[in-house]
Design a protein around this ligand. Structure first.
Ligand code: 2IT
Length: 446
């Protein structure tokens, strides 16, 4: 690392203590940018990186609500409005007990580059709460969402900031949030994406993240003259993203043999297909946050407290959450002959594990490129809302496929241009950065 980048990372650490995930995301991105900074001194002269690591605005608020037993509950709500150089802030809301300001800053930082890669005009943002949906009733979830939006509504809007779902926020929650926004503003607008299909949602948005990941993986496999046919795939997580991945892998002739939750992983050697795919939806809606029930229902192995990376597979798709694939997991995957690791979650692979996979010559795609299909279709939902029109699922899927191909091309050609052929991390970071950085230069010191 150059002195400049070292100092920058040290400053970020000093100024943002107790935010290790934010440090990790910044370190990964800025260390990829050294060659760009050498070739383009204007970025350094204009303090583009120093500006990028400082959110344009952070909103933090109290979310009071009353549970089913009549007890008052207090949660913390956040919205990090990271960067609006290329469009309104855009990014999901996460409801999970692990949510802190630091987690959301890492996610909003990643989102800025991801959104830039989609080719659509969206800035970067992220928000959420430490609210734990686990074990909550539907009524409690509604009351929480209404209270959350009662503050958030004054900071968002279709031309300002457009949130969507993330962990713990799906169609149900978006519905409650949208209903409350509409009531407070007396406006029916595209203020959220991931809406229901009857009230402004886009077809294919629920599937988009997972489908996009598989389209991206397919492009990577193509560079090695292969495809999904007959491949065994390990997937972690069991939520919305995993659900989309499973469907598309099946369609392309592969077989997903694992899913995981905070409780452990299931191993289904016959593959997760047919009714089992629909069962994933009820597993998620049960608010139990566990996968063991799958093993009981389909009489397959359950490995408590373990990660699926020990199962021999051709392709691994981490689709749960940040930091769930460590160096020891990377080594087992390599030993077992895994050819490709494609991040479906945001930053599931640690920095060291990433380097181990890259050094072994395995195809490795970072989440900000591979999982951008979700936010890309959110962008298409915004476009449809602006037109007051709906595209068919074929039209949306076609555009999604095109966008994923384009992101793949950006990664490959950018990596080549900067002397690191095959390095998707570098290609994605530089590819996402340049559009945002040049827009910031154009707009002056803001
Ligand atoms: O991480 C992500 O890209 C998302 N949670 C989706 C964000 C969006 O605005 O659709």
């Amino acid at each position: 690392m150059s002195e400049y980048v070292k100092d920058l990372v040290a400053n970020v650490k000093a100024k943002n203590p107790s935010e290790p995930e934010f440090h990790q995301a910044v370190e990964e991105v800025v260390s990829s940018l050294e060659v760009v900074l050498e070739r383009h001194p204007e970025y350094r002269a204009n303090k583009i990186l120093e500006r990028l690591v400082e959110p344009e605005r952070v909103i933090m608020f109290r979310v009071p609500w009353v549970n089913d037993r009549g007890e008052i509950q207090i949660n913390r709500g956040f919205r990090v409005q990271m960067n609006s150089a290329i469009g309104p802030y855009k990014g999901g809301l996460r409801f999970h007990p692990s949510v802190t300001l630091g987690i959301l800053k890492f996610l909003a930082f990643e989102q800025t580059f991801k959104n830039s890669l989609t080719t659509l005009p969206m800035g970067g943002g992220k928000g959420g709460s430490d609210f734990d949906p686990k074990g909550k009733s539907d009524l409690e979830i509604m009351k929480f969402c209404q209270s959350f939006m009662t503050e958030l509504f004054r900071h968002v809007g279709p031309n300002t900031d457009v949130p969507a779902g993330d962990i713990g926020v799906g169609g149900r929650e978006i519905g409650y949030l949208f209903g409350q926004y509409k009531r407070l503003k007396n406006e029916f607008t595209g203020v959220l994406t991931g809406k229901g299909r009857n009230w402004g949602g886009s077809l294919i948005r629920p599937e988009a993240t997972g489908f996009g990941v598989v389209y991206f993986t397919e492009e990577m496999l193509k560079t090695k003259g292969t495809d999904f046919k007959g491949k065994r795939v390990a997937v972690s997580g069991f939520g919305n993203v995993a659900w989309g991945v499973v469907q598309k892998v099946n369609e392309l002739g592969g077989k997903v043999v694992t899913l995981s939750g905070p409780d452990g992983y299931i191993y289904d050697p016959d593959g997760i297909s047919g009714n089992k795919v629909d069962y994933m939806l009820s597993l998620r809606l049960s608010n139990k946050d566990a996968v063991e029930d799958y093993a009981k229902k389909y009489n397959v192995e359950f490995h408590a407290e373990k990660k699926p990376w020990e199962v021999p597979v051709d392709i691994a798709i981490p689709a749960a959450t940040q930091n769930e694939l460590f160096p020891e997991d990377a080594k087992i995957l390599i030993q077992n002959g895994c050819q490709c690791v494609c991040e479906a979650a945001n930053m599931p692979t640690t920095l060291e594990a990433t380097h181990i996979l890259q050094d072994a010559g395995i195809l490795f795609a970072p989440g900000k490129a591979a999982n951008a299909g979700g936010v890309a279709v959110s962008g298409l939902e915004m476009a449809q809302n602006s037109m007051r029109y709906n595209w068919t699922s074929e039209e949306v899927d076609q555009r999604l496929k095109m966008i994923m191909k384009e992101i793949h091309t950006t990664c490959v050609t950018t990596a080549e241009k900067y002397g690191a052929a095959g390095n998707y991390v570098l290609g994605a970071n530089i590819g996402g950065f340049i559009k945002v950085a040049d827009s910031m230069l154009d707009q002056g010191v803001v």
